[in-house]
Design a protein around this ligand. Structure first.
Ligand code: NAD
Length: 477
């Protein structure tokens, strides 16, 4: 498909739609159904006033889009940012639909956004803003455990999710499943171990699985293990920080550049991710961090030669303007929509491997799914079987020692006799999910005639499942 400058200025939702159309081409979905799958079903807009600390009133505008309710509840984060707009929310809701299908999470797709810069407000103001937005969404039927379940996204975290849950509980005090109205809550308030790290952890698991497929690695000109691979990360927020930290600390990768809103840090020997994050927590940006080269034009560091490029900040970062200067052969989209349709076409032509957002950052929604199940079942994962597993493990050790007449080393004894706790179970479930999804995508990529990129393969996997779901349930009435 030829790309013109006009196409490059496509709204985000059109960019996603074009990528989906590319995949539709390889499927036999009736045209009317294809239209229904792509369309955003509902967009709710609300405007409301909130009293500021100084007594004045400020008006806020927000949206909740429901892209597809072919599975319920619909699921998707709530974003707090100044650049939020309706088209962005619709595009992100669509990505949620496709993402859930890719990783076999039985939810439809939704997304919310509020125009606000959290940094401009005190905690008390943010709480009033969040609670009032939640109230508007709940009143409109856009938050409930069985219908629409938000989660954190850019600018929101577990604090905001707890406020939303509390607002819902105050409106529906008798709903026994109320905690399931939102995920990403603090563990002490109905959350789940491992949710905060989940999206970054999922990025790590996706990359690890890619490295278990030598034929796919070859396409990106890569060989060997992850150890020593040179990585550039854009955005050291929730997703970027966890992905970079795990890849550095557990897989021995070198994070050679971290790009943030106020510039980038570069160190060919590898940056210490935790040290940069600690610095950012104190100074809000990376400028002034000692021990690494500072580059004022952070965006230019996307163009550094590296093994893996991980955009984990905003949409629309790899565009027709800079795509020809991108030197990596493997891009892992931790952010939503970091590559425009036009740039994506060029990357495809060049054979750059892109693990698309709808797959690569699906760890968050996967663990949100686990949290929702935990809320509905009212029991922590592992509570019933952990001690039983521990007891069985001890018996195995005892039997082995008895039969061999030898003492088992402590490290082995501990490994065998440890019962799985919630965090271990969540990580295992997430790893399994990312691996299975990757294998489905890779299989479609290798077995379908004409598909030359992993993004199209991922959308084919997703669309097939969504179409099946529509056709099997039938369309009412
Ligand atoms: P976040 O707000 O925690 O982090 C975003 C980071 O990007 C911040 O450190 C911010 O300073 C930085 N940033 C902002 N503008 C930048 C710029 N111009 N250049 C470089 N860095 C910049 O958000 P997050 O939750 O980590 O989300 C990041 C991306 O991942 C978003 O696209 C989001 O939709 C996507 N995502 C998040 C989750 C999740 O669970 N949080 C799940 C799936 C996808």
């Amino acid at each position: 498909m030829a790309v013109t400058a006009k196409e490059e200025r496509l709204p985000f939702s059109k960019s996603v739609e074009h990528m989906v159309d590319r995949a539709m081409h390889y499927l036999n979905i009736p045209q009317g159904l294809a239209q229904q799958i792509k369309a955003c079903n509902i967009v709710f807009q609300t405007q409301f006033p909130v009293r500021m600390d100084n007594g004045e009133y400020k008006t806020f505008r927000g949206w909740r889009a429901v892209h597809s309710a072919h599975r319920l509840p619909v699921k998707g984060g709530i974003r707090f940012a100044t650049h939020v707009h309706q088209d962005e929310v619709e595009a992100l809701a669509a990505l949620m639909t496709y993402k859930c299908a890719i990783v076999n999470v039985p939810f439809g797709g939704s997304k919310g956004g509020l125009i606000v810069n959290p940094r401009d407000h005190s905690e008390a103001e943010l709480e009033r803003i969040t609670r009032r937005f939640a109230y508007e969404l709940i009143k409109g039927g856009y938050i409930s455990p069985g219908g629409n379940v938000p989660a954190p996204d850019m600018g929101t975290g577990e604090r905001e999710m707890a406020w939303i849950a509390d607002t819902y509980m105050s409106m529906y005090p008798n709903d026994v499943n109320a905690l399931g109205c939102v995920t990403g809550k603090p563990v002490s308030t109905g959350g789940i171990q491992g949710r905060t790290e989940a999206t970054g952890r999922g990025v790590q698991y996706a990359i690890r699985e890619f490295f278990r497929h030598p034929e796919d690695m070859k396409l990106a000109g890569l060989s060997g293990t992850l150890a020593g691979k040179r990585i550039v990360v854009q955005g050291l927020g929730n997703v970027g920080y966890h992905a970079a930290k795990f890849l550095q600390e557990e897989d021995d990768c070198k994070i050679i550049s971290i790009i943030e809103w106020d510039g980038a840090l570069v160190d060919e020997n590898g940056l210490n991710v935790q040290a940069v994050r600690d610095y950012m927590d104190e100074h809000r940006g990376v400028k002034g961090f000692l021990g690494a080269k500072y580059v004022e034009n952070g965006l230019s560091c996307l163009e550094l030669e590296c093994d893996i490029l991980i955009p984990a900040a905003l949409e629309g970062q790899i565009t027709l303007e800079n795509v020809d200067r991108i030197k990596t052969n493997l891009i892992v989209e931790a952010a939503n929509g970091p590559t425009t349709f036009g740039a994506d076409e060029k990357l495809r032509q060049r054979g750059v491997v892109v693990l698309a957002d709808a797959f690569a950052n699906a760890g968050g929604v996967t663990v949100s799914y686990f949290e929702w199940i935990k809320n509905l079942s009212h029991i922590r994962f592992g509570r019933m079987q952990r001690r039983l597993e521990e007891w069985r493990g001890e018996k195995v050790v005892e039997a082995l020692e008895l039969m061999t007449g030898q003492k088992m080393p402590d490290y082995l004894k501990n490994d065998i006799s440890r019962g799985a706790d919630e965090l271990a179970l969540v990580r295992s479930g997430l790893d399994d999910t990312m691996r299975q999804a990757y294998q489905e995508i890779s299989e479609v990529f290798h077995s379908s005639k004409g598909i030359t990129d992993f993004r199209t393969a991922a959308f084919v996997v997703s669309l097939q499942k969504i179409a099946e779901s529509y056709l099997e349930f039938g369309i009412w009435p």
